[in-house]
Design a protein around this ligand. Structure first.
Ligand code: ADP
Ligand code: MG
Length: 389
């Protein structure tokens, strides 16, 4: 059970976050802007959030002493990644307000539980996930119906940025992929004909009120988010409304408190399909930092501190470009990208995460272009891509 607390924005009040990555860093920065002090629990001693937080509890995510230290210091705790052990959130909840809670996080971190939940609330959300089947044995593979192939085999836990996924065309492919993944329980999903992908960021307060941000259109490259555009050039008013209504039904059915992002597919025939949800601020919601009245991180602070939720209004069209470590490399040589040229572009808002070793595929930062019109923001994105290569 969550123990309530009286919200207080006094500078002496501490908020806690499980996880020290870039989402924890941007959460800490938003909380600090509102007068809070922030403690981060993270096993690594050097991390993006640890660089800015007032306190770092250096402990494993399931370390009882570390969790108790965080609970003793903070009035409320949130999480910045979905793979935090649900038991750790339950332990924290005995002493402090925890948002999101163990239930919401445990559903989102397990693809089987997540798909079952989407199916269970389809009568309220009016969207279904892709056809799928649990694969836990060779017998399960033998029993795969032709209607699920070609498909994508996904590990049930710990998948992100397209990792832990293999595209399969036949039962033999599934067998090989299942072996390759060490025979961990997987989910086979039918490969769907996607027209485009969108995400809906929502926030729900402890009082059950929820807000929904403008729908975002996402382009992925090699399984990693490449750009987010809001308003999405392909998004019809009808699919936007359907996705936003579905997202609000889903958070309410989950009894969720905090920021949650839901990914959807829009198929070539216009059907909306719910893909997955992240129980935290999301990469596709970074545009809110520069283009909305309340950023997704400030919204998380409000939800966990039981303050009124903030205005989700978007004041400028926006395009967000993820900055991966790849752009530091030119053949053998490694050099800093030309940030001065990027920042000379009108409407450029650069966010770097304080990571000192660029690696290919590693998220190092993002840049959002805001402009009076979407076409202008898109033109700046093209210019930035030209500069960054
Ligand atoms: P992750 O946790 O890695 O983000 P996703 O389930 O979102 O995993 O899959 C990553 C990407 O793979 C999606 O954004 C989409 O482009 C593609 N994808 C995933 N599932 C399907 C599917 N059933 N049909 C077609 N494309 C898919
Ligand atoms: Mg995804």
């Amino acid at each position: 059970m969550n123990k309530p607390f009286v919200p207080a924005a006094s500078p002496a009040t501490w908020l806690g976050v499980m996880g020290g990555g870039q989402l924890g860093r941007m959460f800490a920065q938003a909380a600090q802007a509102m007068g809070y002090q922030v403690a981060v629990l993270e096993p690594a001693d050097e991390c993006p959030a640890g660089q800015v937080a007032q306190h770092l509890v250096n402990a494993a995510y399931d370390d009882a002493a570390g969790l108790d230290a965080l609970a003793a210091q903070c009035v409320a705790v949130t999480t910045e990644f979905e793979n935090v052990p649900a038991d750790s959130l339950s332990r924290l909840a005995q002493r402090v307000f925890v948002a999101p809670d163990a239930h919401g996080v445990s559903v989102a971190q397990d693809r089987i539980a997540e798909k079952a939940f989407f199916v269970a609330c389809a009568s309220k959300s009016h969207v279904m996930p892709a056809p799928h089947k649990v694969i836990a044995s060779y017998e399960d593979i033998d029993a795969i119906g032709d209607d699920l192939l070609p498909g994508i085999l996904k590990t049930v836990r710990m998948g992100y940025d397209g990792k832990g996924q293999v595209r399969v065309r036949s039962r033999d492919d599934v067998r090989a992929a299942f072996d390759e993944m060490g025979q961990v329980t997987c989910l086979l999903e039918k490969m769907l004909p996607l027209a485009y992908e969108v995400s809906v960021l929502t926030a729900r307060g402890a009082d059950g009120e929820s807000v929904v941000y403008p729908i975002a259109e996402n382009v992925h490259r090699d399984g990693i988010l490449f750009t987010t555009t809001v308003p999405g050039p392909n998004v019809s008013a009808d699919s936007a409304l359907k996705a936003q209504n579905a997202a609000q039904a889903i958070v309410s059915e989950l009894g969720y408190v905090g920021v949650l992002c839901i990914e959807f597919f829009v198929l070539e025939d216009g059907t909306l399909v719910v893909n997955e949800m992240a129980p935290r601020p999301h990469n596709s919601g970074h545009y809110t930092m520069d283009a909305c009245v309340t950023s997704q991180f400030a919204q998380q602070v409000r939800a966990m501190a039981k303050l009124p939720l903030g205005d989700v209004r978007q004041h400028s069209p926006a395009v967000m470009l993820n900055i991966l470590g790849d752009i530091w490399f030119d053949g053998e040589s490694v050099s800093e990208p030309a940030w001065d040229d990027v920042l000379a572009l009108p409407g450029a808002c650069l966010h770097l995460y304080g990571k000192d070793d660029p690696r290919r595929g590693r998220k190092m930062g993002h840049v959002t272009f805001v402009a009076p019109t979407l076409a202008e923001a898109q033109a700046q994105l093209q210019a930035a891509c030209g500069i960054l290569g």
